[in-house]
Design a protein around this ligand. Structure first.
Ligand code: PMP
Length: 327
């Protein structure tokens, strides 16, 4: 779907996957007006296909567009484009039963040609998709994380809450540092104090205090510098459905470390569209290393993971009306 100033949205088309031709002076290449989304379609028990919360992605996409001075795509157009592609590609949606899905990537970028810094007057919105296998084919494995004190992902007033290409470009050196320290993922801290936990490279974080039915499930509050994950939001509701106490709070590095030392923090996990839920087993920073409990996936983490996947694959009842069937 194209957008042109004075004309609005036009020319919706379903076309075979093919390279694009880009002018060397395309404004996105120079000034980075590019935003995207990620969501999944799952095969349901009756063989039909449904996407998980596409209207939530549509809303976040509009928020990202506003932050980058791009036009806001109507939610119905966003979801209709995804529906059209998934219908066309429905044979690529894996069978019901496992954790495999069709990963869907909507995105939009400036197409105006010019070298002046200003919002472009033309954009292209596209959707592509690819089958995605289970994130942990050999069983869920906890990740190790590196607390990034040198680099920050987002600063107040910046683009942290938007899903824009530049945020990911800026995160790559910290991810490389995490790997140099033998860690799987980077955890971002706040820009001002490098003290408050924000999120992981492509996932939000959750902290579990206590055990069993009495557990309290807490995620860092949205401050404008972390991405409002749709999995994060869904889990606040699923955890409450399962009877856990839930909270959105500021959590500091000292708190994370001390609460692991005294045993009050029993589990930590990350969540996002790609991995659903990933346990965090160990933490490293320039000043300290520690493990979360015994470093193994926790009971609350795995219970929430199962509940979310059962909902997405149509095994559990969709009490929140989150699944969008393609019919
Ligand atoms: N934080 C970042 C930086 C991300 O890229 C993602 C993935 N979109 C998330 C969190 C998780 O968001 P969601 O649950 O919507 O996939």
């Amino acid at each position: 779907v194209r957008w042109t100033e004075g004309r609005g949205w036009h020319d919706a088309q379903l076309v075979p996957y093919a390279p694009l031709q880009i002018d060397p002076a395309n404004m996105m290449l120079h000034y980075g007006q590019g935003i995207f989304e990620g969501l999944k379609a799952y095969r349901q028990p009756d063989g039909t296909v449904a996407t998980f919360r596409p209207f939530a992605n549509a809303e976040r996409f509009r928020a990202s567009a506003r932050r980058l001075a791009m036009p806001e795509l109507p939610e119905e157009t966003f979801v209709a484009a995804i529906d059209a592609l998934v219908r066309q590609d429905s044979a690529w949606v894996p069978e019901h039963g496992g954790e495999a899905s069709l990963y869907i990537r909507p995105f939009m970028f400036a197409t105006e040609v010019g070298l002046g810094v200003k919002p472009a007057n033309e954009y292209l919105f596209m959707v592509i998709a690819s089958p995605a296998g289970a994130y942990f084919p050999g069983g869920v494995k906890p990740v190790s994380v590196w607390l990034s004190e040198e680099y920050v992902r987002a600063a107040p007033g910046g683009t942290g809450a938007a899903k824009c290409a530049g945020n990911y470009a800026a995160s790559l050196v910290a991810q490389a540092q995490a790997a140099e320290h033998g860690c799987d993922q980077v955890v971002w801290l706040d820009a001002a104090e490098r003290r408050w936990i924000e999120e992981m490279g492509g996932m939000n974080l959750y902290f579990v205090y206590g055990e069993g039915r009495d557990a309290r499930v807490v995620t860092p509050a949205l401050t404008g510098t972390l991405l409002p994950g749709i999995t994060r939001q869904s889990l606040l509701e699923i955890a409450a459905d399962l009877g856990y106490r839930v909270g959105e709070e500021r959590i500091s590095v000292e708190e994370w470390r001390n609460a692991c030392a005294d045993g009050t923090l029993t589990e930590v996990f990350a969540c996002g569209t790609a991995a659903v839920i990933t346990p965090v087993g160990s933490v490293k920073s320039t000043s300290a290393d520690w493990t979360v409990a015994d470093g193994e996936p926790g009971e609350v983490t795995m219970r929430l993971r199962r509940a979310l996947l059962e909902l997405q694959t149509g095994v559990a009842a969709d009490t929140h009306n989150w699944m969008h069937p393609l019919g």
